[in-house]
Ligand binder design. Structure first.
Ligand code: URP
Ligand code: ZN
Ligand code: ZN
Length: 468
């Protein structure tokens, strides 16, 4: 069935106009003023609303065996949460651990998502070891349409790779034209600092941040950049949290390293005092890299607006209170992760755009267009243009509400942003031309989502600061 979205203010990464959008057969057919609705078309009145391209979360964990437990969401719950918050595509990390077979892991993750996700999705393939089979397996995975890798410099002996494994992964990625995303913390230093703190009787969640200080993340970021430079690979730093790591990444960009930067929702809005709260209240806020001293937030916002931080993801990773309590006697056992897939768009709009820290175009760019470009989804996703998938967010900037775990879709018994005010919310969200959300509630088809296959020739080198 056709659909006409009428009278809204269309905002993309680089344009703004009042116009109608005609949708036919899952894609945008035409954009223009005073378009006529074809017979039988559904008409959506977007007067007074902002009309954005569907938002893309480039970093989520849904199925995740980690720290002796499993993240709480299913693809059904996480995708409903994503859609309710305006995210129409997510990219999930496929994370077998270093003792598991990469290809088996890849097909396991695919099976988990298939027929269960209400929105479209893609994967980053984690490379957690590199042995005689790895190259052939990764070639097969790339040929299947998963054209981005993930490496962890942290989590020694579990997800973490050695420098040699990082080098081999980057060499292969460079030859295939595949972008490599990286969690950048020095695993050895984290392990040593954890043992030292525990030996001193420092066992609470407040010691998580001191066990992974800013310098440890800056070292990982700088080392990743050095390896990118040596191999010619294209890289993407995930969840960058602090000014010293930002300096390392920007310094690398300036000297021509093909490196992009993602920061995630919690690091813009929450600081380490949240993890210093008493008991399980602090444990809720344990993630890695950790929540930082609040002085870092101004640096992140400034770098985001300037484009030195390319994208905003969530690192969505829900563990419930019972799971967080696994770390009651040692912070090293607290499952790492903070959920956010449902709230990223509304919180970045409220505390970024409405507070004057982020322009509306950069907001669309960082939360939709740049992820689409970097990960080979553009222009099918990430913009509003004729021929693009009809993933549209009709956004109500007049909505006023409060975040609460009581009405979230994310499968968890708390929300790290409980009680936070939001000033804006999706009124209508479409996935390939079908309404999946109205007024913040899921009204659609649970299994509608499709896996997005990406080809390597679409991988975009980060926009250059090379000339600087
Ligand atoms: O704390 C986090 N970030 N949990 C998920 C795993 C990861 O490092 O991305
Ligand atoms: Zn990570
Ligand atoms: Zn992550």
């Amino acid at each position: 069935m056709a659909m006409l979205i009428k009278g809204g203010e269309i905002v993309t990464a680089d344009a703004r106009m009042r116009a109608d959008i005609l949708i036919e057969s899952e894609t945008i057919r035409e954009i223009g003023r005073n378009l006529a609705a074809p017979p039988g078309a559904e008409v959506i009145d977007a007067a007074g609303k902002l009309v954005f391209p569907g938002f893309i979360d480039p970093h989520v964990h849904i199925y995740l065996p980690f720290m002796d437990t499993f993240a709480r969401d299913t693809h059904e719950t996480a995708s409903k949460a994503a859609l309710a918050g305006g995210t129409t595509t997510f990219i999930e990390m496929v994370c077998p651990n270093r003792n598991e077979d990469a290809l088996e892991g890849y097909y396991l993750w695919k099976r988990k998502a298939e027929g269960a996700s209400a929105c479209d999705y893609a994967f980053h393939m984690a490379v957690t070891h590199y042995d005689a089979d790895t190259e052939a397996q990764l070639r097969q995975i790339v040929a299947d349409g998963t054209a981005s890798f993930k490496i962890f410099l942290a989590y020694k002996n579990f997800f973490g790779v050695t420098d040699e494994e990082m080098y081999r992964t980057l060499k292969l990625a460079a030859s295939l034209g595949v972008i490599v995303t990286a969690h950048c913390e020095n695993a050895e230093l984290v392990g040593q600092l954890q043992q030292m703190l525990l030996a001193e009787g420092k066992t609470g969640a407040e010691w998580h941040e001191p066990s992974r200080p800013e310098s440890v993340e800056a070292e990982g970021t700088g080392r990743f950049a050095t390896f990118l430079e040596a191999t010619g690979a294209t890289g993407y730093v995930v969840h960058l949290s602090c000014a010293p790591a930002l300096r390392a990444a920007v310094e690398a960009k300036l000297r021509g390293v093909k490196i992009s930067v993602e920061s995630v929702l919690p690091h813009f809005l929450l600081d380490k005092t949240y993890a210093e709260r008493e008991g399980v209240e602090g444990m809720k806020y344990v993630m890695s890299p950790p929540l930082r001293h609040e002085r870092n937030q101004a640096a992140l916002w400034t770098a985001l607006e300037a484009g030195f931080i390319d994208t905003v993801g969530t690192d969505h990773c829900p563990f419930d209170i019972e799971q967080k309590l696994l770390g009651a006697s040692a912070f090293t056992q607290i499952p790492n992760g903070i959920p956010g897939i449902e709230d990223r768009v509304n919180l970045m709009y409220t505390y970024g755009v409405r507070r004057g820290r982020l322009s509306l175009h950069r907001f669309v760019d960082a939360l939709s267009t740049r992820p689409a470009k970097l990960f080979g989804l553009y222009p099918r996703k990430g913009t509003i243009a004729a021929g693009a998938d009809a993933d549209i967010v009709v956004y109500d900037p007049e909505y006023r509400g409060t975040i609460s775990a009581l009405n979230q879709y994310t499968s968890n018994d708390y929300n790290g942003f409980e009680g936070w005010a939001i000033e804006g919310r999706p009124a209508v969200v479409t996935v390939r031309g079908k309404v999946q959300v109205r007024d913040g509630r899921f009204v659609g088809e649970p299994g509608r989502g499709r896996m997005l296959r990406r080809s390597t020739q679409h991988v975009e080198a980060p926009e250059a600061l090379y000339a600087c």
